[in-house]
Ligand binder design. Sequence first.
Ligand SMILES: *[C@@H]1O[C@H](CO)[C@@H](O)[C@H](O)[C@H]1NC(C)=O
Ligand SMILES: *[C@@H]1O[C@H](CO)[C@@H](O)[C@H](O)[C@H]1NC(C)=O
Ligand SMILES: *[C@@H]1O[C@H](CO)[C@@H](O)[C@H](O)[C@H]1NC(C)=O
Ligand SMILES: *[C@@H]1O[C@H](CO)[C@@H](O)[C@H](O)[C@H]1NC(C)=O
Length: 460
Amino acid sequence: MQSVLCVFILLCLFQNSLASRISMISNGLKGCRLGAAMKPPLIIVVVVAVLTATRLKSATAAASSRDIVKTYSDPSVQLFNHLVIDKNTGRVYIGAVNKLYQLSPDLDLVATEKTGPELDADECSVLECTSTVNKQLTNNVNKALVIDYTTSRLISCGSLFQGICSVRNLHNISDGVVQVREAVVANNATASTVAFIAPGPPNPPVTQVMYVGVTFTLGSPYRSEVPAVSSRSLEKDRMFAIAQTAVTTGTRMFVNSLARERYPITYVYGFASEGFSYFLTTQMRHTTSSQFISKLVRVCHDDENYYSYTEIPIDCISEAQGGRKYNLVQAAYVGKAGSDLASDLGITAQDDVLFAVFSESDPANSNKPSNLSALCVYSLKAIRRKFMQNIKYCFSGNGQRGLDFISPSLTCVSTVSQPVKFECYLPPNNLPSAPASGRSNNSNQKLHTCTSFSVSYLEA
Ligand SMILES: *[C@@H]1O[C@H](CO)[C@@H](O)[C@H](O)[C@H]1NC(C)=O
Ligand SMILES: *[C@@H]1O[C@H](CO)[C@@H](O)[C@H](O)[C@H]1NC(C)=O
Ligand SMILES: *[C@@H]1O[C@H](CO)[C@@H](O)[C@H](O)[C@H]1NC(C)=O
Ligand SMILES: *[C@@H]1O[C@H](CO)[C@@H](O)[C@H](O)[C@H]1NC(C)=O
């Protein structure tokens, strides 16, 4: 229940443009992923109270009963995994283990769909399973729940059958269900998946695609075919196919076969802003065993080959706590700044701002969060500037391309004539199949009182 509240509090935060009043919150915002800490019976709480920064601490500890206007619970399921609200109708959709729910804006149950358990095995391909395979009754854990507003459809993806998705009518999730046999999301209960819809090939911003980030899972011969990051078509006859493909390129990115088993990437959040799609991840600093850090991954919307695939590390450092570094991003939200925060960050109230909750590794060098957390705020303008600096640096012949877990890192080569929108092109003179990267050596750049943001092109 607490984790549901977190989500609402983040929303309230940005609506109130708290700016300088946001300071370190050292307790209580842990594990904001929806459903992470829920125990039966499951309860969704709608918080209508307008929270202020000073009340945040107590509000996270417990929502007082007067803040709760309506609840919905289902004691028969183990976990609610995802929740989306239709911005036009206010309808609420919930993806759970073995169930999907459609609720009215007042949280009255309209429809329930059973999605599992079903007989499945890692050795089964997305299309077939021979009778010799020992299949087990397996839970279907909801891994992605997305509204496609262009066609008024609900896309839900589950862990069964190599992680396939179905498409449903927004008016009635039991109506016109189409299941597409394409491996899209993670195929077990815990491996991460992030999915969102934004402009993409073939004709952005007119055409929309589904951006998907997926953790590689072991144990199945078919997972090597599922990209770590991809843009998937939403066209009716090509549903969930990779939006654009060529022999070695296309709108997909794989972690290479040497690295993927020992270099786990956790996808935490995804969003689009001003011509780019971004993922927030946690991953190791090096491909050899090392500390986990948080990174922003970015691709250009009009890049049909992911040449623009770039990563930069993102830090959340508490100066008040003597430079304490909160290294693991746990949850995030992109919204508009509002006037107070905007003036603090030197942007306009209409500019995008990234709110992200971080935790520290516990134990050190693990990907497990401690019970301490912090909220950091970044303007997308500053993020874009940092990506641009890095890419420009490489186009000028400095540093390494980095990202050796994707393809061997190459030295950046200077180009005299830089393309106009160079962020969307492959850095100079490199193999066309290799992506651009962001690796760095720059010192921390301060963006906000509670925020540091460090990136560089070279491996520090
Ligand atoms: C939703 O669709 C199903 C299947 O077509 C139908 O049985 C059910 O009555 C519909 N529910 C509503 C609320 O319209
Ligand atoms: C899911 O897959 C990952 C990567 O192979 C593995 O570490 C994790 O234990 C798996 N989770 C479950 C519940 O099997
Ligand atoms: C947080 O973790 C520390 C060390 O693991 C422990 O001493 C402390 O009691 C924990 N605090 C809470 C509120 O759980
Ligand atoms: C990183 O930057 C510092 C200061 O600009 C420089 O002295 C150092 O050589 C750089 N490191 C690498 C690996 O380029």
